[in-house]
Write a protein that binds this ligand. Structure first.
Ligand SMILES: Nc1ncnc2c1ncn2[C@@H]1O[C@H](COP(=O)(O)OP(=O)(O)OP(=O)(O)O)[C@@H](O)[C@H]1O
Ligand SMILES: [Mg+2]
Length: 245
């Protein structure tokens, strides 16, 4: 039997112009911090932006933003996400709470379907999704459920990250999924190997984000975060998103 919630999902997402999944084959490369900063930066510029934390391995954008515990979604013919700073904010954390047990298999798919089918985003210019690392079955589920998903891929300058990312890129290409481009995060030198290799793959190199010691102290403070060198790098990274109207 087809899950009746699935048919509701495209209706729920129908008034969102661009859906951007911030993703990486590799863990710990900065997906959450970049997704959050990118969303804040677009929101500050006046775009209507939603941030959706779907990292079932450990949602963390509520910590990066400093979302207060008493700010909760409201039930009203579905779930209305709260607004915080410049963003409409929804996270799996509202679904799983403080449960320390990792989500598994069918639970993950079920939670994704549930959140996608109940959340009322309304009209948005951008929905930025903080994705779990890698391409698991649940990520493939998400790809299947969110028809207009586009991928913004994060890597670090390390060959250890980029080798894994290349596999993810090959898979996304094979599935004919749109890739906005590749962002090189935590850059500490001027090497251009990642830029070159990205372009050799026929993909767009969206730019780099410097490794910035100020980031840690800015976690939980959106204004401070946007003022770090990492936050300021969003001006460059968001360019292809805002020009593509
Ligand atoms: N440009 C940067 N400068 C300094 N620190 C950074 C930068 N980017 C990310 N970090 C730090 O690196 C760590 C990993 O970042 P983050 O949690 O965003 O990665 P992730 O890819 O979402 O990880 P996971 O795969 O676990 O979800 C965090 O402590 C974050 O603050
Ligand atoms: Mg993360």
């Amino acid at each position: 039997m087809v899950d009746p919630r699935i048919s509701v999902i495209s209706e729920r997402l129908s008034r969102i112009r661009q859906i951007i999944a911030v993703s990486s084959g590799k863990g710990g490369v900065g997906k959450s911090i970049v997704a959050t900063s990118l969303a804040l930066s677009l929101g500050k510029e006046g775009y209507r932006v939603g941030l959706f934390d779907l990292d079932f391995t450990g949602p963390s954008t509520h910590i990066i933003l400093g979302v207060p515990k008493d700010l909760q979604p409201k039930e009203e013919k579905g779930i209305v996400p709260p607004t915080f700073q410049y963003l409409t904010y929804m996270s799996l954390v509202y679904y799983v709470g403080d449960n320390p047990a990792p989500m598994r298999g069918a639970d993950i798919s079920n939670a994704l379907i549930e959140l996608l089918s109940v959340t009322q985003w309304g009209e948005l210019d951008f929905l930025i999704i903080d994705m779990p690392p890698g391409i698991s079955d649940a990520v493939l589920d998400l790809i299947r459920l969110v028809e207009r998903i586009q991928f913004l891929i994060i890597t670090t300058p390390s060959i250890l990250a980029f080798e894994v990312v290349k596999k993810q890129l090959a898979l996304l290409c094979e599935l004919k999924l749109p890739i906005v481009g590749v962002v090189e995060n935590m850059k500490i030198d001027k090497a251009n190997a990642i830029a070159e290799q990205t372009q050799n793959l026929g993909l767009k190199y969206l730019g780099f984000i410097p490794f910035d010691r100020e980031v840690e102290a800015a976690i939980g403070n959106p204004t401070k975060l946007l003022n770090t060198a990492m936050g300021k790098a969003m001006t460059q990274i968001k360019k292809p998103l805002v020009t593509k109207k």
